[in-house]
Design a protein around this ligand. Structure first.
Ligand code: FPP
Length: 236
C-alpha cells in the first residue's frame, strides 16, 4: 500500500481563534483560511495526492451570527470567481458535498455557482477537490436514506437491494473513494459530524496549528505520521 494517501480530508478549524489572538474580526481569520486552502491544494497536488476534501461550511454553521454567515458566503463567491481560471489551468476536478436541495438554506446564486463549477470541471483529469459546503454527515446519511426510500416507494428498488454498496451510491460522495487520512487543525480532537459514513477506516491526525497558520511543514508531519501507521481494516 502506498505511503502517500489517495484521499486526504481536512477539518479546517481555528480561524476564529486565530483572528481573535491577532485582535482581528473572525472573518479575517476565514479570509486567511481561504488563502491557506489555495496553498494546501497546490501542496497536495505536488505530493501526488489524488483527492482532497475540505470542510468549508457545516449545516451547524448557519447558527453563527448573520454577519459571519454572510461573510463566509461572500468568501465562497470570491474564492471561486478568483480561482476558477486557475482550477481549469491546473486540470482540477471540483466536487461539492452537502445539501443543495430546494430546502437547503444556501442562497440560490451559490447553489447555481457550485453546479456550474462541477459541470465545467467534470472532465478534468487532475486532482479532485471536494468542498463540503452546507454539509453534515448525519444530514447526508438522512438525505441518502430518504432518496433510497423514495426509490422503493416508486418501485425503482426493492428494500432487499439495500446494502453498503448500494447505499454508498446515494451519498453525496458517489464515486469518491473514502478518505485515507483526516486532518483536523487547532487542537480539538473530535469529528464534528464530518464524513461519518466515509471515515469508517480513516486514519485520524490532530495538530495544534490553527488552520490560518497551517503550512507545508504541518502537512508533511501529518503525512509522515500516516506513512508510519499499520492499517488493518479490521483484519488481524
Ligand atoms: C472553522 O473555524 C472554520 C470554518 C467554520 C470555515 C472554514 C472556512 C474557510 C477555511 C475559508 C473558506 C473556505 C473556502 C473553501 C474558500 P472556526 O471559525 O470554527 O474557528 P474557531 O473554532 O477558532 O472559532
Amino acid at each position: 500500500m502506498s505511503s502517500i494517501p489517495n484521499h486526504v480530508a481536512f477539518i479546517m478549524d481555528g480561524n476564529g481563534r486565530w483572528a481573535k489572538k491577532q485582535g482581528l474580526q473572525r472573518l479575517l481569520g476565514h479570509k486567511k483560511g481561504a488563502d491557506v486552502v489555495k496553498s494546501v491544494i497546490q501542496q497536495c497536488m505536488d505530493k501526488g495526492i489524488n483527492y482532497v476534501t475540505l470542510f468549508a461550511f457545516s449545516v451547524e454553521n448557519w447558527k453563527r451570527s448573520s454577519e459571519e454567515v454572510s461573510g463566509l458566503m461572500d468568501l465562497l463567491r470570491k474564492y471561486f470567481s478568483a480561482e476558477f481560471s486557475n482550477i481549469m489551468e491546473k486540470n482540477i476536478r471540483v466536487r461539492f458535498i452537502g445539501d443543495r436541495t430546494g430546502q437547503s438554506k444556501l442562497p440560490n446564486d451559490i447553489t447555481d455557482m457550485l453546479a456550474g463549477i462541477e459541470e465545467r470541471t467534470k472532465d478534468n483529469t487532475g486532482i479532485t477537490i471536494v468542498f463540503a459546503i452546507n454539509y453534515s454527515g448525519r444530514d447526508e446519511i438522512v438525505r441518502a436514506a430518504q432518496m433510497f426510500a423514495e426509490d422503493v416507494d416508486a418501485s425503482r428498488r426493492y428494500a432487499s437491494d439495500f446494502d453498503e454498496e448500494v447505499f454508498s451510491d446515494y451519498l453525496d460522495t458517489i464515486h469518491i473513494p473514502d478518505p485515507d487520512l483526516v486532518i483536523r487543525t487547532s487542537g480539538e480532537q473530535r469529528i464534528s459530524n464530518f464524513m461519518l459514513w466515509q471515515m469508517a477506516y480513516s486514519e485520524l491526525y490532530f495538530c495544534e496549528t490553527p488552520w490560518p497558520d497551517f503550512t507545508e511543514e504541518d502537512l508533511d508531519k501529518a503525512l509522515e505520521s500516516y506513512a508510519e501507521r499499520d492499517r488493518r481494516f479490521g483484519v488481524a
